[in-house]
Design a protein around this ligand. Structure first.
Ligand code: CP
Length: 330
């Protein structure tokens, strides 16, 4: 069993993971991974994911091996049938085949390159790992999904607001350069699966993937929630219990970052989370996956304020990932 998207699990299974994570947070000291080793493959930088996975595996009795293709391990080719005469040294088939002789699961982080939307939306590298591996593969953030993050987000909402459905705003924010969409995608999916009423606010040009929105709307309908998309920034904040900020790149600008940067310039200063907008909410908590650029995405006053839960949200990565690892090794 892999953990690639919350969409592969039922709301009951996801709720079970959060309940297990709450037990870990309260001090469950079980060591279900005793004697097992795990590979954590990072194609991109990380603080939270890397540290929380490494610490979590250790605390569950296991051992983590960190690999960084192109840096501390060989550059990797994932496409099949190619002539490897370029700058890629090893094929994913051998990489995975060798690793799984040593480890019991493989966690992978592989961001979108923001170059080719049609190719990247299919998560080619993550899916190549899933195809070639016979051990579980855990998505530590791919081009399209960051399910460990969204599960920590759902745990945090439950912890701060209670187990009932909430009014949740996912808002785009201005950032000097285009960023991947994995976090907003996974947040929208998971919020819909948990039955929250989710409102997604973004300026024209920053639409999320149509199939993903259809999937989220389907989950919202199944779970008694609602999904709404708006360009009206101020109206979006009215009455919400949760404000989740994230910047992402426009899919029509993939391959042309300068065009995206030029387009987004008009939204600077307006698409920021500040106290004025937060005052329109139902005393909402403020969430962000981190890392965050202060006074670009969110003002100091909001992120340092009493309703900011960003550090608890990051802590919950540790607990939810322990629950996910435990479930995969039941
Ligand atoms: N939120 C998150 O995934 O953080 P890192 O990129 O630091 O792992």
């Amino acid at each position: 069993m892999n953990f690639l998207s919350t969409g592969h699990f039922s709301p009951n299974e996801l709720t079970g993971l959060i309940e297990s994570a709450i037990r870990y947070k309260k001090g469950n000291t079980g060591r279900p991974l005793e004697g097992e080793s795990f590979a954590l493959v990072f194609f991109n930088p990380s603080l939270r994911t890397r540290a929380s996975m490494q610490v979590g595996i250790y605390e569950l009795g296991g051992n983590a091996v960190i690999l960084e293709p192109g840096s501390t391990s060989w550059t990797l080719e994932h496409r099949e049938g190619v002539v490897m005469a370029g700058n890629k040294t090893e094929h994913l088939k051998e990489f995975v085949g060798v690793l799984e002789r040593y480890v019991s699961a493989i966690g992978v982080r592989t961001f979108a390159d923001l170059k080719d939307w049609e190719a990247e939306r299919t998560d080619p590298i993550m899916n190549a790992f899933a195809k070639f591996a016979s051990v579980p593969v855990i998505n530590l953030e791919s081009a399209m999904h960051h399910p460990c993050q969204s599960m920590a987000d759902m745990m945090t909402i439950r912890e701060k607001c209670g187990p009932t459905k909430q009014n949740v705003l996912l808002t785009w924010a201005w950032h000097p350069k285009p960023l991947p969409m994995a976090v907003p995608n996974s947040f929208a999916l998971a919020a819909a699966q948990f039955g929250h009423d989710i409102r997604i606010a973004h300026p024209p040009g920053y639409e999320l993937d149509e199939d993903l929105i259809r999937e989220a709307a389907h989950y919202a309908a199944e779970s008694g929630g609602n999904l709404e998309i708006t360009h009206d920034l101020e109206a979006a904040y009215k009455g919400v219990d949760v404000v989740y900020a994230k910047s992402w790149g426009g899919k029509k600008f993939y391959g042309d970052p300068d065009a995206d940067i030029a387009h987004r310039r008009q939204f600077r200063d307006r698409w920021i989370v500040d106290e004025g907008k937060m005052s329109l909410t139902n005393d909402a908590i403020f969430m962000h996956c981190l890392p965050v650029r202060r006074n670009v995405i969110v003002t100091d006053e909001v992120i340092d304020g009493q309703r900011s839960v960003v550090i608890d949200e990051a802590e919950n990565r540790l607990h939810i990932q322990k629950a996910i690892l435990t479930e995969l090794f039941k």
